[in-house]
Structures are given as structure tokens and as C-alpha cells.
Design a protein around this ligand. Structure first.
Ligand code: AMP
Length: 222
């Protein structure tokens, strides 16, 4: 099963993609995480994308398409992929179609996580992750059960993303509207688009996604 999660920054794509990875044996392909790893490793690519990311703008289609093609070729024994953060422009969506067709793969669904944008800045600016396993938390809504220790791996170090500052979040939202939202009609026209309410609690969003996948997996009669 090959899925795309779409939605503005802060919609919960990363949280849901991780759950899909665990529950369905899919590989989460999170382009933002890949770029942050490049930056941390100090690679040439990491240095090239740094300023663009910090400004909340999009990295070039050329770089992103090459990055994702490499990862799709290295899927190993995963039962498919869940794309989180890609495609973000219509040219990326077109390149993905071509890439999958060449490899005899297809998309099963594109799931749009819809959100109330007024709530996004508050949601994003409080979030932080475990620097060891990547688990997500929020300063007000979802703190670790034991203060200072990750619920999942016990690590004591947490990080805030540099681009989660309110002014950068506004730029990322503007980029979403100008460049990413035009992808929605592209997938709607192919009958692949489904929507779930991303303002619900994370567990409820997971249930909505699971219901959608189960419905579509059920044999159709008539
Ligand atoms: P994310 O973690 O998905 O919010 O991505 C963080 C940042 O990485 C974005 O604000 C962009 O600067 C860059 N980025 C991630 N994925 C893409 C993509 N598919 N196309 C262009 N830029 C991207």
C-alpha cells in the first residue's frame, strides 16, 4: 500500500505517518526529516538547503525529486510507503507519478488532513521531539508522562525545530497555500483524495484513517 499524507505544517502528518509505519509495515518517507538529517550531517546538500528551510520556503523541485527517487529505490522489504511532506508542488506530484509508473508502482490513497489554521500556530510553536527516537510532544497538550524523559525510549534530550518559530510558520503556511494546495485538485481528479479532520485528537485521527483504509480494502459488491 502506498499513501501520501497531505496537509499544512502542524496538521499532524508526521505523527500519523509514524503510526501507519508501525501498524502497516510501511516506510515513512518524510522529506523534512531527510533534509534535517542532511543539515545535521553537515553534507553539501544540507548546507545548500539551510537558508531556504530557515526562511520557511520550499527547497527546489529538482533536489526534492532526486532525494525521493533514491529513497523509493531503497524501500527494501517494506510493504509500501507513506509520503509525509512530499509532493509539495504540482511538478513534484507529476514527477512522482512518472517515477512510480517507471517502477511498476501505484498510489493507493492521498489523505488530506484538514485543520483550522488559526489553531496551527499555537500547535506548532509548542511542539518538540525526542532527539533520540523522534517521538513528538507538545508543551501544553502532550508532555512526556515522566517530566524530562521520553515515554518511548527514556532519553532525556528534546529538540525544538528551528523553523517552528511563529514568523517562519506563517511563511510555511503561505508556501502551503501558494504551492502545495494546488495539488489537491490534481489527486481529486484521479479519484485518490480522501479527507480526515485533523482537529480531532491524534488517536481519533488515526481511527479515521484506519476506517478509510479498511473501507477501501473491503471487497466491493455490485
Ligand atoms: P517539513 O518537516 O515537512 O515541514 O519540512 C521542513 C522544510 O523542509 C520545509 O519548510 C521546506 O523548506 C523543506 N521541504 C520538505 N519537504 C519538501 C518538499 N517536498 N519540497 C520542498 N521543500 C521541502
Amino acid at each position: 500500500m502506498n499513501l501520501i499524507l497531505l496537509g499544512p505544517p502542524g496538521a499532524g502528518k508526521g505523527t500519523q505517518a509514524k503510526r501507519l509505519e508501525d501498524r502497516h509495515g510501511l516506510e515513512q518517507l518524510a522529506t523534512g526529516d531527510m533534509l534535517r538529517a542532511e543539515r545535521e550531517s553537515g553534507s553539501e546538500l544540507g548546507r545548500r538547503v539551510q537558508a531556504v528551510m530557515d526562511a520557511g520556503r520550499l527547497v527546489s523541485d529538482e533536489i526534492m525529486i532526486a532525494l525521493i527517487a533514491q529513497r523509493i529505490d531503497r524501500l527494501g522489504d517494506a510493504k509500501g510507503f507513506v509520503l509525509d511532506g512530499f509532493p509539495r508542488t504540482v511538478p513534484q506530484a507529476e514527477a512522482l507519478d512518472a517515477m512510480l509508473a517507471q517502477r511498476g508502482l501505484k498510489l493507493d490513497f492521498v489523505i488530506e488532513i484538514t485543520v483550522d489554521e488559526a489553531a496551527l500556530i499555537d500547535r506548532i510553536s509548542g511542539r518538540f521531539t525526542c532527539s533520540s527516537c523522534g517521538a513528538s510532544y507538545h508543551e501544553r497538550y502532550n508532555r512526556p508522562k515522566v517530566e524530562g524523559a521520553c515515554d518511548f525510549c527514556g532519553a532525556a534530550q528534546f529538540v525544538h525545530r528551528a523553523d517552528d518559530r511563529p514568523e517562519t510558520v506563517r511563511a510555511r503556511l503561505a508556501a502551503y497555500h501558494a504551492q502545495t494546495a494546488p495539488i489537491l485538485p490534481y489527486y481529486r481528479a484521479r479519484g485518490l483524495l480522501r479527507a480526515v479532520d485533523g482537529m480531532a485528537a491524534p488517536d481519533q485521527v488515526t481511527r479515521a484513517i484506519e476506517a478509510l483504509l479498511a473501507q477501501s480494502a473491503a471487497p466491493s459488491h455490485g
